[in-house]
Design a protein around this ligand. Structure first.
Ligand SMILES: [Zn+2]
Length: 359
């Protein structure tokens, strides 16, 4: 254990080639690519509208308002996918690419969001929605997915998360960076090209604030990797496990055994293990439910100032409780914030462990 603690990252950091887009956004290309991007159709195309935050007087949390997002692309046909290489007026005018990251055209949080004007008669706090929203495209292949990407690409994805967290945390106002992926139409996906998103917040959102409090008080997440009844898949440096306190029936987390504040701190062996487990989790869900399983995957990394206590880990929240039944977040969950789960985490772990995965 002692020498594990002292190991330092033994891989070169992942760094992008960056291009400026005519509307002020940036494109970062990681790994090999073919072509020189240009976007003449975006010339003079700047969106002058801004988001802002309002304090929810009862829930005591920020709500972000970005009315301009109502016009965003909604389920274009496959031959009109803006993330496919060389798509007409698409975001990625390249012949081919490995992993592409760019500023979201309909960003809910904005690098230059101004302080909002007071609203006459309203006494709730208002604040600027400073931050950023990025899109991260995993492949130039429209039909790829986390379950089918080759290991080398998944390893790069883990390292790219680390580099984007580093780059966005360097913005002075940014407090938290959270990569995530919504998978499947039931999870609200409007574009099927394999991609995720990365949000950079200038404040601690409520769930991350609560997690931060637990980690500040000393909660040891890695101990879950040493409880065999919860582990679904094990590797030398990380485990995929069902937490003993699931909120969704078949929730799984990928937890490194050594503390790292961000994926940028993982060694090459640790990156490989996390990348192996990413596909294992996605394939386990698809095999278990017998269909493409919709889920929300969240990559948690330490907020600013909590780099000594808040561990990087990944949470998957599948939206199914059986092949034909959705786990709906409804009355009790929405109204009271209390989750009701009809399968014990120990049973869920056993069921998921029994799934034969071919990846
Ligand atoms: Zn596509």
């Amino acid at each position: 254990m002692a020498d594990l603690e002292q190991r330092t990252p033994d891989i070169l950091p992942e760094r992008p080639v960056t291009f400026g887009m005519p509307d002020g956004r940036e494109l970062h290309l990681y790994g090999p690519f073919q072509g020189t991007p240009s976007w003449p159709w975006l010339e003079g195309n700047t969106d002058g509208s801004f988001s802002h935050r309002r304090w929810h007087a009862l829930r005591r949390e920020w709500v972000v308002y970005s009315a301009h997002r109502q016009t965003r692309t909604y389920k274009p046909p496959a031959n009109d996918c803006p993330f496919c290489p060389m798509a007409p007026e698409g975001e990625l005018p390249l012949q081919e690419f490995s992993i592409a990251v760019f500023d979201n055209k309909f960003s809910a949080l904005q690098k230059d969001a101004p302080t909002p004007q007071p609203i006459p008669g309203l006494d709730i706090p208002l604040a600027s929605a400073v931050g950023n929203c990025e899109v991260i495209v995993y492949s130039s292949d429209h039909n790829a997915s986390m379950a089918s990407l080759p290991l080398e690409r998944r390893e790069r994805l883990v390292r790219v998360w680390g580099d984007r967290i580093r780059a966005l945390m360097a913005i002075p106002d940014v407090q938290v960076v959270m990569p995530f992926e919504n998978r499947g139409e039931e999870a609200g996906v409007t574009l099927h090209h394999p991609h995720g998103q990365i949000y950079a917040f200038s404040y601690q959102p409520p769930i991350i604030e609560k997690m931060a409090q637990s980690f500040r008080e000393g909660y040891d997440l890695s101990k879950l990797t040493r409880l065999p009844q919860y582990v679904v898949a094990d590797t030398a440096t990380a485990a995929a496990l069902v937490p003993p306190f699931t909120r969704f029936p078949y929730e799984m987390w990928i937890v490194p055994k050594r503390f790292c504040a961000t994926p940028a701190e993982l060694t090459a062996a640790e990156v490989t293990d996390v990348a192996e487990l990413l596909a294992h989790v996605a394939n386990t869900y698809d095999a278990f439910f017998g269909r493409i399983c919709p889920y929300v995957m969240i990559v948690y990394a330490a907020p600013k100032g909590l780099e000594d206590v808040f561990p990087f880990h990944i949470q998957f929240q599948p939206l199914l409780r059986s092949p034909t039944k959705m786990k709906f977040v409804a009355g009790v969950e929405v109204g009271a914030g209390s989750f009701l789960v009809d399968i014990l985490p120990e049973t869920a772990a056993q069921n998921l462990r029994n799934v034969e995965v071919t990846s």
